[in-house]
Write a protein that binds this ligand. Structure first.
Ligand code: F6R
Length: 610
């Protein structure tokens, strides 16, 4: 993963690079480092842990430096120590890297046999020494790059500074994202436009196989064959509003509370005069009449959004829908029909998730139509797609996805309704009542949010439990999976989500009087069956916490507690509203356990390695 950034221009670079790293920290926070080039000397400062740990060490860098590169790490090779932090140095250069060099072991052995000494356990240091070796042998950095890059396997974006060429930063891209920002007499680069969009809107997205020399007033790009490539500029309209916590204790809490507003904005964007706006929902960017199968591809929480969407999509469109984890889909050689007959839909908050992106590229090569639902505009997945719904969730900073999930479910559902309308499978008389209920969805969300205090108290009772089960049926099964994931990632409690009907096929063996089981049980078509499953749990003394109707006497008799949740007619809306309870529950349990809610251990917001 990792985030990279750099600056070259007339200003002092350290603050610019450090501020850029703050915006990149969602890509990893295991360590951070900056290298600058000043008066022919390279100086490096780096530290393990969060970016703030680096701040006191910035004094060691020459304050007047005008060329700098910075890195924030999510560890892949080697512990998150200072030695493993980037930049990595070799003869006359400092290098930063996002991605993985898959053949680093062979290359390392080769370099060690030549006497190179390694200071870190990273794959990156291999690249630094390969380049250093060439530069020491007299190669210009550009020639060194041209010789070394073909030897590297894997995905990477690289940036290096070299004392021999003090007026340039050298860049290379293969698989991992890399974008240049062109300013006035100053230039930038970053893993994405967030790194520099507060300085300039003029961006050049480098393509795989390209290298570049970035000066303060120049950008030269060349491809694998060494041919010069014209720089294609894009004017980005993306504000750097990294949003503060607005008085909330954590971003996650703020983002949970923002969900009714996100629903209103989404409705405003995609429903015009009481009708679905097919254009805004991207229906004109793909040819649905050709489509005979749909694959929804995503990871983590976004995958659960896809699973939820399937419940509506398959029946509404009459097209088989497969929902699959991107990391599995890509490597099993799935059956994809060319000429646009297979539609691949990616769901991704960041738009940078490497596994999801790899699937899209693969499907595109096979002639599939590519559609995506993304939160971040100009992200790699957005740019790789034939059509995209840009969500209206706003920046999501908390590592655990909350408002992006409910927004993904809503966008996928509105797309499904629009697609069904376009295919003539749903009429206005069927869609209008749903849009009518959509109008009230923010109010229902607010009602669900009102359960916060109740849930915080509940967390006081259960936060010491080492295990949790989450169960539900239909779309509520997916909300159970999402609840278990949220709890695991921010409270570090072991939790599992199960289809309620599946418990008796194994997991019920775990149930005893010490096991809390969160049952998502709205009054929908699955209600009676879920109640039967709750009875089975109660017969084994399991402690059931229901998310449902707190006036429901039957439920009250069975459960140790009910988190009140409004009932809605539309199953997708019900799923959205039920989600709030599992988000709050994991949040307040994590608070009681004292974990770092917004930046949980071992995680990063954007997962850019496969
Ligand atoms: C969990 C979470 C992750 C992401 C996953 C995909 O709370 O945030 O599971 O959902 O890494 O990320 P995106 O949506 O950026 O592709």
């Amino acid at each position: 993963m990792c985030g990279i950034i750099g600056y070259i221009g007339p200003k002092n670079c350290i603050d610019i690079v450090f501020d850029g790293l703050k915006k990149m920290e969602y890509r990893g926070y295991d360590s951070a480092g900056i290298a600058v080039l000043h008066e022919g000397h390279i100086s490096i400062s780096k530290e393990s842990g969060k970016l703030e740990n680096l701040r006191p060490h910035l004094e060691l860098l020459p304050a007047q430096a005008k060329i700098g590169i910075g890195h924030t790490r999510w560890a892949t090779h080697g512990l998150p120590t200072r030695d493993n932090a980037h930049p990595h140095a070799s003869e006359r250069l400092a290098l930063i890297h996002n991605g993985i060099i898959e053949n680093y072991k062979e290359l390392k052995a080769e370099l060690q046999s030549k006497g190179f000494h390694f200071r870190s356990e990273t794959d990156t240091e291999v690249v630094a020494h390969l380049l250093g070796e060439r530069i020491q042998a007299g190669d210009h950095p550009r020639d060194a790059l041209n010789k070394v890059i073909p030897r590297l396997e894997g995905a990477f974006s690289l940036a290096l500074i070299c004392d021999q060429e003090p007026n340039f930063i050298y860049l290379a891209k293969q698989g991992s994202p890399l974008v240049v920002g062109l300013g006035k007499k100053e230039n930038f680069f970053g893993s994405d436009v967030t790194a520099f969009c507060s300085h300039t809107q003029k961006a050049v997205f480098l393509q795989d196989g390209e290298c570049a020399a970035l000066g303060s007033e120049s950008l030269e790009i060349w491809d694998r064959s060494g041919q010069k490539v014209p720089a294609k500029t894009t004017m980005i309209q993306w504000s750097a509003s990294s949003a503060d916590k607005q008085g909330y204790r954590h971003y996650m809490l703020k983002e949970i509370h923002e969900q009714s507003g996100v629903i209103s904005k989404t409705t405003h964007a995609f429903v015009k005069d009481g009708k679905l706006d097919l254009d805004a929902l991207g229906l004109n960017t793909i040819d649905l009449s050709k489509v005979s199968s749909i694959h929804i591809i995503a990871c983590g929480t976004a995958y659960y959004a896809g699973m939820t969407a399937k419940y509506a999509m398959e029946t509404s469109l009459g097209i088989p829908v497969n929902v699959e984890l991107a990391s599995e889909f890509r490597y099993r050689d799935p059956l994809l029909q060319g000429e646009g007959r297979t539609l691949v839909m990616a769901i991704s908050q960041s738009g940078e998730t490497a596994d999801t992106l790899a699937c899209l590229k693969h499907a595109k090569e096979k002639g599939c139509q590519i559609f995506s639902i993304c939160n971040v505009a100009y992200s790699s997945i957005h740019r790789e797609s034939h059509g995209t719904i840009l969500m209206h969730a706003g920046p999501e900073i908390g590592v655990a996805s909350t408002k992006a999930f409910t927004s993904q479910v809503l966008c996928a559902y509105l797309w499904t309704l629009a697609a069904a309308q376009k295919l003539g499978r749903m009429t206005s008389s069927e869609i209008d009542p749903v849009l009518q209920e959509l109008k009230s969805l923010p109010i229902y969300m607010d009602k669900a949010l009102n359960a916060e205090e109740h849930i915080a108290e509940l967390a006081n009772r259960f936060y010491e439990s080492p295990n949790f089960l989450f169960v539900g049926r239909g779309p509520s099964y997916v909300i159970a999976l999402e609840g278990a994931l949220k709890l695991k990632e921010i409270s570090y409690i072991h939790a599992e989500g199960y289809a309620a009907g599946e418990l008796k096929h194994g997991p019920i063996a775990l149930v005893d009087k010490h096991m809390p089981i969160v049952a998502v049980v709205p009054k929908d078509s699955y209600y009676e069956k879920t109640i039967s499953n709750i009875e089975e749990i109660c017969a084994r003394e399991g402690q059931v916490i229901a998310i449902g109707d707190d006036k429901d006497q039957h439920l009250r008799d069975l459960c140790v507690d009910i988190i009140p949740c409004p009932n809605l007619k539309t199953p997708m809306f019900q799923a959205i509203v039920s989600t709030v309870a599992v988000q709050f529950l994991s949040y307040y349990i994590a608070i009681k356990r004292g974990t770092d809610v917004d930046q949980p251990r071992n995680l990063a917001k954007s997962v850019t390695v496969e």
